[in-house]
Design a protein around this ligand. Structure first.
Ligand code: DGY
Length: 428
């Protein structure tokens, strides 16, 4: 078997191994539940060999939707003592399935559009049936996570951005107070992974403090956004939602659904773009909503402007300069945090490692905007680290070494759907 064929077979075996009966865990033990954006990317991988199973993944994700429209970041379909913080810590019982009390990057509409447009009648039927529930989720983002006076959506917890300990959040986390009576807890992640590659104890104290604030307000999402301990705007969430709104609009048009409200979200989204432009760095950066301060570096999600089709010509040109500069500093594009910025660490989770799911979106956006060579480099580099190290959760952007979780579902899925040579020539 060729090397690509061998890696395809291994990737498929990982998805099947992590399947828990219609939903897929990101990796055994470290993340033993269904995660929101993981499931969406996993569906792209399943679709390369079992389209019915791909839709099932998404349907099980939607089963956890709260009455207010939020789709939680984790669905606790069991109670696994191997994970902290589990359902008894979150106490977020407002949905049909025990869950976390926050959401995660809304990539679902974009994945559904990709499956519908590459599929047949069954794909169209199953995709069309989801549009109303996806629209309810987008409405939730545009209302519950839109702080008064802020032109863009924001987030109440770094976990909601999916980029847990990225230095983007340092200003917001530092501005928080950890209460003296914070309940003692035992982290499980550091038992399953190298602690030097995971978030710090101080960051976890702050993550848990935000959960306590959510519990204390009964997970009233508007109250948590308005008065919670952390409130930052994230170019990742912002660009991903803008792109997802555009994809939802395309689906609504195709299936004859309501479009006016979605058009309004896109218009408001585009109008807010400048809020995230940091003139000091000439880049899209995270921003603390209450103080107005920007984060101190360029991240991989800064490059999602192309994916969202957002920003002025000058902003896009400056973004390209950053991507090219970072491409000269890192062996593998695009690290999650600028190697030249403070707090870069090549192997610590979101402080530098390369992540397949963000880079898949970065590469798609670059290709759509006509920057084919850079788009190819991002894809080639991801393929190279997988061929070198295996299907890890993330990768050192300097050496290509694999970091943290092994046999990781979205890495396997995006290999099959995007990075594998067989995906490129349409054979997967
Ligand atoms: C974790 O437990 O590290 C997850 O990223 C939270 O969503």
């Amino acid at each position: 078997m060729s090397m690509a064929g061998d890696l395809d077979a291994r990737a498929k075996a990982i998805l099947l191994k992590n399947d828990r009966g219609g939903y897929t865990v990101p990796t055994a033990r470290l993340y033993p539940y269904q995660w929101n954006w993981d499931s969406a990317f996993v569906a792209l991988g399943f679709a390369t060999f079992d389209r019915a199973r791909a839709w099932w993944e998404l349907e099980m994700l939607l089963e956890g939707q709260w009455p207010d429209g939020m789709i939680p970041h984790i669905l606790f379909r069991s109670n696994d003592p191997d994970y902290f913080p589990g359902p008894s810590v979150w106490q977020a019982d407002l949905g049909p399935i025990p869950s976390g009390g926050i959401s995660q990057p809304p990539v679902l509409a974009s994945v559904v559009r990709a499956l519908v447009e590459s599929g047949g009648e069954d794909d169209a039927r199953r995709g069309a049936a989801m549009i109303g529930r996806i629209a309810a989720w987008h409405r939730w983002w545009h209302t519950a996570r839109r702080p008064d006076g802020c032109p863009v959506i924001a987030t109440v917890h770094p976990w909601e951005t999916g980029r847990d300990n990225c230095p983007d959040w340092t200003i917001g986390l530092d501005a928080m107070t950890v209460p003296d009576d914070l309940e003692p807890y035992t982290r499980m992640d550091v038992k399953h992974a190298n602690p030097a590659q995971r978030p710090s104890k101080d960051q976890y104290d702050r993550f848990v403090t935000i959960i306590k604030a959510g519990r204390d307000c009964g997970w009233d999402q508007k109250a948590l956004t308005g008065n919670g301990p952390f409130l930052m705007a994230d170019p990742g969430l912002y660009f991903i939602l803008l792109r997802a709104d555009r994809d939802l609009l395309a689906l609504a048009r195709r299936f004859g659904g309501e479009t006016e409200e979605i058009e309004g979200w896109i218009e408001a989204g585009v109008a807010g773009t400048d809020y995230l432009w940091n003139p000091a760095l000439d880049a899209f950066c995270a921003r603390d909503v209450r103080s107005g301060a920007f984060s101190s570096g360029v991240s991989s999600v800064s490059a999602l402007a192309f994916y969202a089709d957002a920003g002025t010509d000058a902003q896009r040109a400056a973004t390209l300069v950053h991507i090219e500069r970072i491409g000269g500093e890192a062996t593998y594009l695009m690290p999650s945090w600028d190697p030249a910025a403070p707090l870069f660490e090549a192997q610590r989770y979101w402080c530098g490692p390369l992540w397949c799911q963000v880079n898949y979106m970065v590469s798609r956006g670059l290709a759509e905007a006509g920057h084919g060579a850079l788009a190819d480099r991002v894809r080639d580099d991801l393929a190279a680290v997988i061929a070198k190290s295996g299907f890890y959760e993330c990768f050192d952007p300097i050496t290509g070494a694999g970091c943290i979780g092994t046999d990781f579902s979205w890495t396997a899925a995006l290999w099959l759907a995007w990075a594998s040579p067989n995906a490129r020539n349409g054979e997967n």
